[in-house]
Design a binder for this molecule. Structure first.
Ligand code: SF4
Length: 346
């Protein structure tokens, strides 16, 4: 989707968030960083979109630009039909309670000198929501919702909590003032593996309860698998594949997605080590490769890949891929049985 009419259709079709043609660039000493290049997608009410890619692929920059932190250089961000990129500072501030973010490091995202109760109450105080008693009641409700007993934890400070408890407090703070869109930027990456499933399950419960739309960012496809309704894979500032989660894991069509899936370790300690199908580092976003940006690391690259940028085209209903030679024919093979030495497609 890139035309304005597409964005309007998506909004009319009930999408809570529509991102249309987003571009984020910023100058550096080395040149202009093309962090996000013509990215378009939509997110429904109560839907979770997993956003995955290696470090530097633009996923966090894109998510922050959705929240206008800062605004993108070009493109539109429609939140419930309102284009956030055109709002004045005052109107944007009034919408902030509905647009919230949870960060990777829960401990450093909380003020160590304040109590849990004060931290969670802060958005209500800033936006002057309710009386003091109502705010107190709302804070207690949110602490219960994230699994923390207000009597036991309300008076503690972040330094007296575990990382998982700090992330629960951060989520309570994000939701207390009525968030509708939650951007979660690697929210479980810094937690022990044993805690991750607990926090992810809690997020799913909160989503049902509060009808949240969630942009869930991770560098690892394994993390977003269970929580995402759809998954979007980014590479060097571009969407390379987007599909329903089940379809993407069962029938990945882009070589980069296949490589990411191949690199997921098997929980079985006796299983063979993951294939190292993704060699080298991504190129610089200051000077991305011509044509397909993935071509310098793609085993299937052919001449056309350097000359023509592949469009994000539909290969199945709701499944779009930016590749001249997508894996549609071999898509039914289990990931680990894919032959990366197979003859070139086409
Ligand atoms: S367009 Fe070409 S280089 Fe890019 S992912 Fe597809 S096969 Fe590889």
């Amino acid at each position: 989707m890139s035309a304005a009419t597409s964005a309007a259709e998506a909004a009319a079709g009930g999408a809570r968030l529509v991102v249309d043609g987003m571009v984020v660039e910023y100058p550096t000493a080395a040149g202009t960083v093309r962090a996000v290049s013509d990215v378009s997608f939509e997110l429904g009410a109560g839907e979770t979109l997993g956003v995955v890619g290696e470090s530097g692929c633009g996923k966090s920059t894109m998510a922050r630009a959705v929240l206008q932190l800062p605004a993108p250089k070009a493109g539109r961000v429609l939140f419930e039909d309102t284009d956030l990129t055109t709002l004045s500072g005052d109107r944007m501030r009034r919408l902030r309670p509905e647009l919230q973010m949870v960060f990777q490091d829960p401990v450093s995202s909380l003020n160590p000198r304040r109590t849990v109760r004060d931290i969670v109450a802060e958005p209500l105080t800033i936006w002057k929501k309710g009386t003091r008693a109502e705010r107190q009641q709302k804070v207690d409700e949110m602490l219960h919702a994230v699994g923390l007993d207000p009597q036991e934890y309300g008076g503690r400070k972040p330094t007296e909590l575990s990382g998982g408890q700090c992330q629960r407090v951060a989520i309570a703070r994000a939701l207390v003032a009525g968030a509708k869109l939650l951007v979660c930027d690697e929210p479980v990456s810094s937690l022990d593996v044993s805690l991750r499933a607990t926090v992810l399950n809690m997020l799913e419960d909160l989503q049902d309860r509060f009808d949240l739309s969630i942009l869930f960012i991770a560098h690892d496809l394994a993390v977003v698998k269970n929580i995402s309704d759809r998954v979007m894979v980014m590479y060097l500032g571009k969407i390379v594949e987007i599909a329903d989660a089940d379809a993407l894991y069962a029938r990945p069509a882009h070589p980069y997605t296949v490589a990411l899936l191949d690199s997921i370790p098997d929980p079985d300690p006796d299983a063979p080590a993951p294939k190292a199908s993704l060699a080298g580092d991504p190129p610089s976003p200051v000077d991305p490769p011509s044509g397909c940006r993935f071509r310098t690391r793609c085993a299937w690259a052919q001449d056309v890949c350097a000359q023509v940028e592949p469009p994000l085209a539909e290969v199945a209903a709701g499944h779009r891929v930016a590749c001249h030679f997508p894996f549609v024919a071999t898509g039914t093979l289990p990931i680990r049985e894919r032959d990366h030495t197979a003859p070139l497609p086409g």
